[in-house]
Design a protein around this ligand. Structure first.
Ligand code: NAD
Length: 374
């Protein structure tokens, strides 16, 4: 019996809808090549949701997200909505869906395609073959801790306050995700914090070690101060397999790692939550980039980050590793053949439009699938 998965697609604003059209094509070819059916619903988020519902994420959209097996998102934001009240801004839709689905683990792969080695800011030998997974805690830490705010003191001076707070269960659940991922990769985890100067860092280190010793002692675990990790990422990035870290350090380290691999238009991400009563982990997949208002509507956006986000969805939500790898291989082949979108600084004459890039990837998937007898 063929598998059946419910997917909610939220294209969003700017280039979001443009790149998600190309994802649609990839979904179609994958379902025709593998024994799987995707029941797809579409809805709005961000500015487009504000225009339709008066809010950046409608309750009915959230309900659809909660009952889907996975959510694919484009991007949100744009000048048109810049002057809205803070609570109605497009980005609030994104924060709300992450919070309501309790997506506590953000996975950002830093994978350097061979064809993109020259586009890295580091020397080719440092990034050739690079394949790191950064797991960032997403719903706790200093971005959410209380007390917070800006206070005016009696002498008229002001203080800005944010609080780093982590509870045991928040650390343990994200550590488990990191160890599980490592088991499917090179079986190595580096946990990053600042236990030399922060109590929350001491707790982080102890709890990650606890989960390791009690549940994953087959995985190799080491600890590193976050500032050292930032340095090691540019000195010798290939030493890492999986990095797990908190919200603040993860924000910075994942951006740093992503730049080792070339363009923003290439970077996928996944945000994972708890496993629900139907044995599905809540999950949202989206490109790292935003809505790119500067190029929206021109047909030149790179759809690869969104297509690779769907590849992550196949792997982490649907256990379809073969289909997922097929997409990644097809993307690499297309790039190897010299086809690039404008952001990848390819040969001017070979620059593909968004649609042409999508079509080229679909064609490669089809050709590779035929070779492998899929
Ligand atoms: P951005 O990622 O949208 O764009 C940064 C630069 O990268 C731009 O020059 C853009 O043209 C380019 N770029 C981004 N994606 C590309 C792609 N797929 N192909 C080719 N070029 C690409 O970031 P920004 O300019 O800081 O923000 C624009 C809007 O997006 C803002 O409203 C911001 O709030 C929002 N935003 C949303 C998300 C999200 O939806 N997850 C993330 C970041 C920013």
């Amino acid at each position: 019996m063929s598998k059946n998965f419910r997917l909610l697609i939220l294209p969003g604003d700017g280039i979001g809808p443009e790149v998600m059209i190309e994802v649609d094509k990839v979904i179609s070819i994958i379902s025709s090549m593998f024994d799987v059916q995707f029941d797809i619903e579409k809805d709005d988020i961000g500015g487009s949701a504000y225009d339709r519902y008066g809010v950046p994420l409608a309750d009915e959209t959230l309900e659809k997200a909660k009952s889907s097996h996975a959510v694919l998102l484009g991007a949100v934001g744009g000048e048109k909505w810049d002057n809205l009240d803070f609570s109605l801004k497009p980005e609030q839709g994104l924060l709300k869906i992450r919070k309501e689905l309790d997506l506590f683990a953000n996975l950002r792969p830093a994978l350097c395609f061979e064809s993109m080695v020259e586009a890295s800011s580091l020397k080719p030998h440092l990034v050739s073959g690079l394949d790191i997974m950064i797991v960032r805690e997403l719903t706790g830490g200093v971005y959410f801790g209380k007390p917070r705010g800006i206070e005016t003191k009696s002498d008229g001076s002001r203080v800005g306050i944010n609080t780093q707070v982590y509870a045991t269960h928040e650390i343990r659940r994200v550590a488990r995700i990191a160890f599980e991922l490592a088991q499917k990769r090179d079986n190595r985890v580096v946990s990053c914090e600042k236990s030399n100067v922060m109590e929350s860092g001491i707790l982080w280190r102890e709890e990650v070690q606890y989960v390791h010793d009690n549940e994953f002692n087959d995985v190799s675990l080491s600890h590193m101060y976050a500032d050292n990790c930032a340095m090691q990422l540019v000195r010798n990035p290939k030493q890492f397999d999986v990095i797990v870290t908190d919200n603040l350090f993860g924000d910075i380290l994942s951006d740093e790692a992503s730049m080792l691999t070339g363009s923003l238009g290439m970077l996928p991400s996944a945000s994972l939550g708890e496993i629900d009563q139907n044995n599905f982990r809540k999950a949202l997949y989206e490109p790292v980039h935003g809505s790119a208002p500067d190029i929206a509507g021109q047909g030149i956006a790179n759809p690869i980050a969104s297509i690779l986000s769907f590849a992550m969805c196949l792997k982490y939500s649907f256990n379809m590793d073969k289909a997922s790898d097929l997409i990644s291989t097809a993307v690499n082949k297309v790039l190897e053949n010299g086809f690039k979108t404008k952001d990848l600084l390819g040969d001017e004459n070979k620059n593909l439009t968004t649609q042409e890039m999508g079509d080229e990837i679909v064609k490669q998937i089809s050709d590779l699938g035929a070779d492998n007898g899929s």
